[in-house]
Design a binder for this molecule. Structure first.
Ligand code: ATP
Ligand code: MG
Length: 449
């Protein structure tokens, strides 16, 4: 029995001069009636296989000739180290089995000419064919890097003894303001026709309820937001890494934000440098994001800087993408902005006891014109202050009674942050659009495939 192996192991030089079996998909195929050059890909790499009629017999050879792009095959042969070959190796085939064929009446639809000819343009064409586009080398690299990012987040928090904790996705109240809530029509009943239920925008409020039990908790889960504007950094369903810590100050929470982002950059560099380079990313940038500390500046200073640059921004506004883009264009590493005006932020942000027009919060803004990747801060933790903040906002307290209760029984200072995992992936990979880094992106217009 010959051993079945991955192409990546061949390229690593582990099987030179040995007979092995490879399993994968046809990426390209060309040749004559006597010899074919089949470029095979699997999840780990590509290799050229030389297939001669003399070696595999007439019947198999005809099958190989008919094996269109994306046919799946098993191929046995000898591995030769060959400097001229892509990846430094090739296989000389001794036998081939076609496992899953492709019907010539509908060949693999993603081709250069089809992309050019597509009615709605290349981007829409590739989104329509997303289920097949996933197999391209660019998407494969993106998905592998995405997996590394998820792993880095889990490892960062688990190494510090955080407990992974899950919150419900059907909720009765908003976290991030009512305008981006997705209402779920299932829940109003005859008895209770007015009942409103939404998809969650954030894990936070339910994490705060468990904070007195677990003290250090985190999650990576989907959040849902009915975003009104379509931008290159918003999805309607995105993956949200959130954390909550008891007794923590804004500064301590920022240190965790910095820690987790630097860990992500460093894990990518260590494990995915080939993939980063394959999509044209400069590794020195990633190394800088892994190694250099992230400066902290106050909101007021950012507003002054922007005004100095001629940007039309007033004190008291939350900074949207257009402003963050200008501000972060010249940043060399991510920067924290702290102390936003209280009027720009929802009730759960803790007012700065030293200066009551500010809240003790932070956003982490990524460089290269990318903008916000983390939003966090201290929470309003005293019951009296929380009730006052809800009243000030005119928010109905009924949906938040459980949240108020967490303060009524031994409230403590605490806080946390939310990090957009897809955003971090798109910033670190240098993707043009957040859609590039998630398998099946959902935005205001697209829910299929
Ligand atoms: P923005 O102003 O960019 O819409 P936000 O202030 O609404 O962000 P937060 O509520 O602080 O964001 O959420 C925490 C993090 O979740 C953000 O820093 C961002 O990384 C991510 N995030 C928020 N909304 C989205 C979205 N629609 N798609 C992808 N990621 C998002
Ligand atoms: Mg938002």
């Amino acid at each position: 029995m010959v051993k079945t192996i991955f192409i990546g192991d061949v390229q690593a030089g582990k099987y030179d001069g040995q007979e092995v079996e490879l399993m994968g998909w046809v990426k390209r195929s060309r040749g004559s009636n006597k010899i074919r050059f089949v470029v095979l890909r699997d999840s780990t790499g590509v290799i050229q296989c030389v297939v001669k009629k003399d070696a595999i017999g007439e019947e198999s050879f005809e099958q190989v000739k008919g094996a269109l792009i994306e046919s799946s095959i098993k191929i046995t042969g000898m591995i030769n180290a060959d400097e001229r070959a892509d990846g430094g190796h090739e296989m000389v085939a001794s036998s081939i089995v076609i496992v899953g064929s492709v019907n010539p009446e509908h060949p693999f639809p993603i081709t250069e000419s089809a992309m050019k000819a597509a009615d709605g343009g290349e981007t829409e064409f590739l989104l329509d064919n997303r289920h097949l586009y996933l197999r391209t080398s660019r998407m494969t690299s993106m998905l592998q890097m995405r997996s590394t990012v998820f792993g880095a987040i889990h490892n960062y928090f688990r190494d510090l003894d955080f407990t992974e904790y899950q919150a419900p996705n059907f909720v009765a109240g908003a976290v991030e303001g009512g305008s981006t809530l997705f209402e779920v029509p299932y829940f109003p009943t005859e008895k209770n026709p007015e009942r409103k239920v939404y998809l969650t925008q954030s894990w936070q409020l339910y994490a705060e309820a468990a904070m007195p039990a677990l003290e250090r908790l985190y999650t990576i889960a989907p959040s849902f937001r009915a975003e009104k504007s379509r931008t290159r950094r918003h999805l309607t369903e995105f993956w949200h890494a959130e954390m909550e810590v008891a007794w923590a100050t804004n500064d301590e929470i920022m240190s965790h934000g910095e820690g987790v982002v630097r860990k992500i950059a460093s894990d990518l560099l260590e494990n995915r440098s080939t993939e980063l380079e394959s999509i044209g990313r400069d590794l020195e940038l990633i190394a800088r994001y892994a190694d250099s500390p992230y400066p902290r500046m106050r909101y007021d200073e950012a507003v002054e800087t922007l005004q100095g640059m001629g940007v039309d921004v007033e004190w008291g506004q939350d900074l949207d993408y257009s402003k963050e883009k200008v501000l972060t264009q010249d940043f060399d590493v991510p920067h924290f902005l702290t102390h936003y005006p209280k009027i720009a932020k929802p009730f759960y942000h803790r007012v700065d006891p030293d200066e009551e027009k500010y809240v003790l919060c932070h956003d982490l803004l990524a460089p290269e014109g990318y903008g916000e990747i983390i939003g966090g801060g201290e929470r309003t933790w005293s019951e009296a202050e929380l009730l006052a903040r809800l009243d000030e906002e005119g928010t109905d307290k009924a949906a938040y009674q459980f949240y108020i209760d967490t303060r009524s029984y031994g409230g403590v200072p605490h806080g946390g942050f939310g990090l957009g995992v897809d955003r971090v992936c798109s910033w670190l990979t240098g993707a043009d659009h957040i859609r590039e880094v998630i398998p099946f992106p959902r935005d205001s217009r697209r829910v299929s495939p």
